[in-house]
Ligand binder design. Structure first.
Ligand code: HEC
Ligand code: HEC
Length: 302
C-alpha cells in the first residue's frame, strides 16, 4: 500500500476510534444521568371535581399544554415517530383503560410526572416537556388533574419507551436533557399568576404552551439539529422556528390571533401544521392570545 494511503487509513482509523470512544463515553454518561434522581418534597394541591374545573383542565390539556399533541386525542397514548437508533418513545395511555396509567395515578403521582418529570416508577421521563409544565400554578395543575381523572377509559396497550444508543449519547452530551434535571423542584407551585390580558399572564401561557421549546426561551427563534423541538411528529431533524419578536413586529393583535387561528400569516403564507401546532393552539381564547401577543410585544428588539 502506498505510504500516503496507509497514512490516510491510519488517521481515518484513529478518527473512527475516537468517535466510537466518545460515543461510548456519552452513552455511558447518558445511562448514569438516567439513574441519578433529584430529591424534593411533593406538595400537590387538593384536586376538585366540579364541572368548571374539569372544563378548565380540558382546555389546558387540549389547547394550552398540548398533552393531546403527543398523548393523542382522548389521551389514549401513541408511539412517536423517531429513528430507531434514537429510541422507541411511547407517550403512554393516560386513561384508566387497559394499558393506561390513569387508574393507578394519585394526585402526587401526576405531580411527580407532569411538573417534576419523573414517572410513578421512578423513571426520569424523556421528551415530555415538564421543564415548562413545572411553571404550572397549583390551581391550573389541580384543574388539569380533575380533567385527567374524568377521562373516558380507553383500552390501548403500548410497549414501554426504550432509548437507543444515539438517544443515550444525546442525553449524555446534554443535548437533550432530562426535564427532571432542569426543573427547580422547590419552586414548583410557588408562583401564582392572575389570568388576564397582561404581559405576565402571556409569559406564563407562552411557557405552558411550549412556544419557548420551539421558538427559543426568549422567542427570538431557534435553529438546530434537534434543539428543544418537541410536540410534533417531526421531533428530531433539522428544524428551525422563526423569531416571534421579528415576525410580529408590524402585526396588530387581531392579525396575531388570525394567524394562530387560521394557520395563515397576514401575507397569506400558510403555516405547516406538522411543524407549528396551530390547529390545537387555535383553541386558545381571545384573551389568552391577546395576553401572549402583549408578552411578545413587550420583548424589545435588539
Ligand atoms: C412532546 C410530547 C409530550 C407532551 C406534550 C406531553 N407528554 Fe407526557 N409523555 C411523553 C412521553 C414520550 C412519555 C414517556 C416518556 C418515557 O417513558 O420516558 C410521557 C410520559 C407521561 C407520563 C408518565 C406515565 C408513566 O407512568 O409512564 C405522564 C403521567 C404524562 N406523560 C402526562 C402528560 C400530561 C398530563 C401532559 C400535558 C400536560 C403531557 N404528558 C404532555 C410525551 C409528551
Ligand atoms: C412544536 C414547535 C412549535 C411550538 C410548540 C410553537 N411553534 Fe410557532 N412555529 C413553529 C414553526 C416551525 C414555525 C414556522 C412554520 C412554517 O413556516 O410553516 C412557527 C411559526 C409561528 C408563527 C408564524 C411566524 C413566522 O414568521 O412564520 C407564529 C406567529 C407562531 N409560530 C407563534 C407561536 C406561538 C404564540 C406559540 C405558543 C402559543 C407557538 N408558536 C408554538 C414551531 C412551533
Amino acid at each position: 500500500m502506498p505510504r500516503i494511503l496507509r497514512w490516510i487509513a491510519i488517521s481515518l482509523g484513529s478518527i473512527v476510534a475516537v468517535v466510537i470512544g466518545i460515543g461510548l463515553g456519552l452513552f455511558a454518561l447518558g445511562k448514569v444521568k438516567a439513574d441519578e434522581l433529584p430529591e424534593f418534597t411533593l406538595q400537590p394541591p387538593l384536586i376538585p371535581s366540579d364541572r368548571a374545573s374539569i372544563a378548565r383542565g380540558r382546555h389546558l390539556a387540549e389547547a394550552i399544554t398540548l398533552c393531546t399533541e403527543c398523548h393523542q386525542n382522548g389521551l389514549r397514548g401513541r408511539k412517536l415517530d423517531l429513528p430507531p437508533l434514537v429510541g422507541t418513545l411511547v407517550a403512554p395511555n393516560l386513561t384508566a383503560g387497559k394499558g393506561g396509567v390513569g387508574g393507578r395515578y394519585t394526585a402526587a403521582d401526576w405531580d411527580r410526572a407532569v411538573r417534576h418529570g419523573i414517572a410513578k416508577d421512578g423513571r426520569k421521563l424523556v421528551l415530555m416537556p415538564s421543564q415548562y409544565y413545572a411553571r404550572m400554578t397549583d390551581s391550573d395543575f389541580a384543574a388539569l388533574v380533575s380533567f385527567l381523572n374524568s377521562l373516558t377509559p380507553v383500552d390501548n396497550e403500548l410497549p414501554p419507551s426504550t432509548i437507543g444508543p444515539i438517544g443515550n449519547a444525546l442525553l449524555g452530551a446534554g443535548r437533550f436533557p432530562f426535564a427532571a434535571d432542569v426543573v427547580d423542584h422547590a419552586e414548583v407551585g410557588q408562583n401564582p399568576v392572575t389570568p388576564g390580558v397582561t404581559e405576565e399572564y402571556g409569559s406564563y401561557l407562552t411557557t405552558l404552551a411550549n412556544c419557548r421549546g420551539c421558538h427559543g426561551p426568549d422567542l427570538r427563534g431557534t435553529t438546530g439539529l434537534i434543539g428543544d423541538l418537541r410536540g410534533t411528529t417531526r421531533l428530531i431533524g433539522p428544524l428551525t422556528a422563526p423569531s416571534l419578536v421579528d415576525s410580529t413586529r408590524s402585526w396588530s393583535a387581531d392579525e396575531f390571533r388570525q394567524t394562530i387561528r387560521n394557520g395563515r400569516m397576514p401575507s397569506g403564507r400558510p403555516l405547516d401544521p406538522q411543524k407549528m401546532p396551530w390547529p390545537r393552539l387555535a383553541n386558545l381564547t381571545d384573551d389568552e392570545l391577546n395576553a401572549v401577543f402583549e408578552y411578545v410585544r413587550s420583548i424589545s428588539a435588539p
